[in-house]
Design a protein around this ligand. Structure first.
Ligand code: NAD
Ligand code: IPM
Ligand code: MN
Length: 352
């Protein structure tokens, strides 16, 4: 474990598709933070589909250990490539990092900047501020199961330490914001796994009495969110439901290109305890066209700055992004004409 004043060493993994394109817009922000005096260095890693196809390597053990023990955080683009249809490299890189680094808490905030991005209701953007806390290591993502021609099974594993780790972070997040907490579940059907979630949830409700908390069936939650997202503050969910809810909320922010995320290991078992990545994937339909929206990528870096204790840089970056959006900076997904690089430049313009 390094001391608070040591250099923060960040592994940059741009990955596949639009990952490197949006990452190119985040690297100048790292340089800006360093130029402001933050003790920061970074190294770009090649792991992803091209590297896998060229070398056969996905994430060799020596690389994994160097990441775990030699870096403080990972800045991640996206993985996924049509040339690797079984997604084995995405599993071997992204899911492995989430699971083996025990990055059990995945924060996916929805803080829409523009009213126009809430087209369903004409709800003012300022009234919506939702933080999704997604469990990031378990559920069906354990990838256990079996399949034959007539029967297939995917096993979802839920363990008390992981459920408690996630729910505790969500309760703490809600308490810090002074808002309510909603647990998305289907304990009416998933009696075992979500039964455990409900049991741990009730225990923490007793501990965090100041937080108004309730469980809601996930299907009803989605309906309520679309009808009116304003009453929701923090939403806690297991890995799969958190994945689904966060894409719905990305739409409230303007689309997949807008939504940021940060994962971390609250128990800090080794040096590398955080990973920042946009919610979106490698968008093969956009890749190579230089039109992907880098906003989610930049906002993810802002979340990482905040996690590292660099509140000032995080605030300046958030403000710069918000100002650019309010002034109409927009890529094609937002109805605009800017390319990725022009959009990146606009989003960074307020950094000086
Ligand atoms: P996706 O997020 O890549 O794309 C979904 C839709 O959102 C597409 O229409 C795409 O054009 C749009 N979109 C995504 N990013 C955008 C951006 N930055 N700017 C503008 N529009 C954007 O999801 P998908 O199509 O389901 O998956 C594509 C690949 O990415 C798959 O291989 C999938 O497994 C992978 N994936 C990876 C991650 C990750 O690395 N964290 C996340 C999601 C999907
Ligand atoms: C995400 C993605 C991943 C997930 C895929 C690529 C495994 O959709 O980061 O949201 O399901 O977690
Ligand atoms: Mn997803």
């Amino acid at each position: 474990m390094i001391g608070p004043m040591a250099t923060r060493h960040i592994a940059v993994i741009p990955g596949d598709g639009v990952g490197p394109e949006v990452m190119a817009e985040a690297l100048p922000v790292l340089a800006w933070a360093r130029d402001r005096g933050r003790d920061l260095s970074w190294e770009v890693w090649p792991h992803g589909a091209d590297h896998c196809l060229a070398t056969g390597a996905i994430l060799p053990e020596t690389d994994f250990l160097r990441l775990r023990d030699g870096f403080d955080a990972i800045l991640f683009g996206a993985v996924g490539d049509p040339r690797i249809p079984d997604g084995r490299h995405a599993e071997g890189i992204l899911l492995r990092l989430r699971q083996e680094l025990e990055l059990g808490v995945n924060l996916r905030p929805c803080h829409p900047v523009l009213d126009a991005h809430l087209p369903l209701k004409g709800v003012p953007a300022g009234g919506v501020r939702i933080d999704v806390y997604r469990e990031n290591t378990e559920g069906p993502y354990c990838l256990q199961g079996s399949s034959g021609p007539d029967r297939a099974e995917d096993v979802a594993v839920h363990t008390r330490p992981a459920v408690e780790r996630l729910l505790r972070a969500a309760f703490e997040g809600a308490r810090a914001r002074g808002c309510g907490l909603t647990l998305a579940h289907k304990a009416n059907v998933l009696k075992h796994g979500h039964g455990l979630w409900m049991a741990v949830f009730r225990e923490l409700q007793d501990e965090f009495r100041v937080v108004p908390a309730r469980g809601l069936h996930a299907d009803a939650l989605l309906c309520a969110l679309v009808q009116d997202p304003r009453p929701f503050g923090v939403i806690a969910a297991d890995n799969l439901f958190g994945d689904l809810v966060s894409d719905l909320l990305a739409a409230f922010q303007g689309g997949m290109g807008m939504a940021p995320s940060l994962s971390w290991a609250p128990h800090r078992p080794w040096r590398c305890t955080a990973l920042a990545e946009p919610v979106h994937g490698s968008a093969p339909d956009l890749a190579g066209r230089a039109i992907a929206n880098p906003t989610g990528m930049l906002l993810s870096l802002g979340l990482l700055f905040r996690h590292l204790g660099w509140e000032e840089e995080a605030g300046l970056l958030d403000a710069s992004v918000a100002t650019a959006l309010q002034r109409g900076a927009a890529t094609a997904d937002l109805g605009g004409t800017l390319g990725t690089a022009e959009m990146g430049q606009a989003l960074r313009a307020g950094l000086g």
